[in-house]
Design a protein around this ligand. Structure first.
Ligand code: FAD
Length: 358
């Protein structure tokens, strides 16, 4: 028993919707299974003050420009949730939720998906499960001894939750800088980064990062000299709240501590900072556990791909996650191209004829 389709997309965040847009245009028979109760993917769960690092028009999925958010050059996460909810309705994407895919197995010619809504069979699977469900916290000596609160980025919602407390924010990327800026006013903040924070020039935002990533990929594809990753430009986009906190001198970072104690952090030179809470803004790993039965996992929890297609299982595509599945594919504007390429490759492999004009 079970339902049989050309394609099952796992995950109904931006990557899954971008895939759906192209699969629909190509006339494939597909469904998007999403574990959440509501549209919006990870954007439903970020902290209240998060700002996109590009203006709305430059944060758009294929086919539909994100409308501007009134009064905000850089939209917030709620605006993205509204946009994604509208997007799936506008294109009438067959998203079924809440359905969690628990395991993907090889099953003769097809892949079999076991889910909370039963069994599905698909000739091809696109995994677009994101990273939000796999927060990463580094192994730091003494971490288990610390008696205060420990949160990851995914657990931070608003400064009021930690008001008046001594807080250590760990992490020198965009999340670390935005969370530190968020907490800089109402808490006694210590910001800790592994290397000195590197702010991008104020006039550079996600648009420039995207252009840079695209140019780099083109150079690599054409065998020209590597222009360097976006990291060569800096780590932190100075969105307005970060810029303001930085300009007020509130974002003074300290180097990484050597260990945690029961009551705070201790550096190699013996200096200490007492703390009530630690917020780990230390990144994510791809959420690929449903694919475990396929036995494809390589280093850092990744699956080797050519573009989006898994090298060792051509019926599987991976979308989103990071640059290893396409330049900037874990961004709103960047996921469109790999989604189109994945859908085209699938249509070709399944020998599905495209409707005229696509
Ligand atoms: P998600 O949004 O995580 O969606 C995955 C969906 O799959 C979820 O709904 C999840 O519930 C579902 N799912 C997971 N596992 C299963 C399963 N087993 N079965 C069924 N469903 C499942 N990008 C930008 O373009 N601009 C920005 O300014 C920007 N800022 C960011 C700030 C932060 C703090 C972070 C963390 C990311 C930011 N990004 C930004 C990056 C990127 O846009 C997001 O990470 C984005 O949410 C990734 O989309 P996705 O669809 O790949 O994953």
């Amino acid at each position: 028993m079970g339902r049989h389709l050309d394609v099952v997309v796992i995950g109904g965040g931006q990557a899954g919707l971008a895939a759906g847009y192209h699969l629909r245009r190509l006339g494939l028979d597909f469904v998007v299974l999403d574990a959440q109760d509501a549209p919006g993917g990870a954007w439903q769960h970020t902290w209240d003050s998060l700002r996109l690092f590009s203006p709305a028009a430059h944060s758009s999925l294929p086919g539909r420009i994100m409308p501007p958010q009134p009064g905000a050059a850089y939209p917030d996460a709620a605006h993205v949730v509204d946009y994604l909810a509208d997007y799936e309705q506008r294109y009438d994407l067959p998203v079924v939720r809440p359905v969690r895919v628990e395991a993907v197995h090889r099953h003769g010619d097809v892949l079999r998906l076991e889910s909370t809504s039963g069994t599905w069979h698909a000739r091809t699977v696109i995994s677009a499960t994101g990273t939000w469900r796999r927060p990463f916290v580094p192994a730091v000596p003494g971490r288990a001894r610390f008696r205060g609160t420990q949160l990851h980025t995914v657990g931070h919602r608003r400064p009021a939750d930690l008001a008046g407390r001594r807080v250590i924010v760990v992490g020198g990327g965009n999340s670390g800088a935005q969370v530190a800026a968020d907490l800089a006013y109402g808490t006694a903040l210590t910001w800790v980064t592994r290397r000195p924070p590197r702010f991008l020039a104020d006039e550079i935002d996600g648009r420039a990062l995207f252009d840079h990533a695209t140019a780099r990929r083109r150079a690599l594809d054409e065998g020209r000299t590597d222009t360097g990753g976006v990291a060569s430009l800096g780590d932190i986009v100075a969105v307005p709240p970060v810029r303001e906190a930085r300009d007020r001198g509130l974002l003074q970072a300290r180097p990484m501590f050597a260990r945690l104690t029961a009551t705070g952090a201790e550096w190699a030179d013996g200096t200490r900072a007492e703390a009530d809470a630690i917020v780990w803004c230390t990144g994510f790993r791809p959420a690929l556990s449903p694919l475990a039965p396929l036995g494809l996992r390589g280093p850092r929890g990744r699956i080797a791909t050519a573009g989006t297609q898994a090298l060792a299982e051509p019926r599987l595509h991976l979308l989103g996650y990071g640059d290893w599945t396409g330049p900037a594919s874990a961004t709103l504007v960047g996921v469109g191209r790999p989604a189109r390429e994945a859908a085209r490759a699938i249509a070709e492999r399944l020998d599905v004829r495209r409707p005229a004009g696509t």
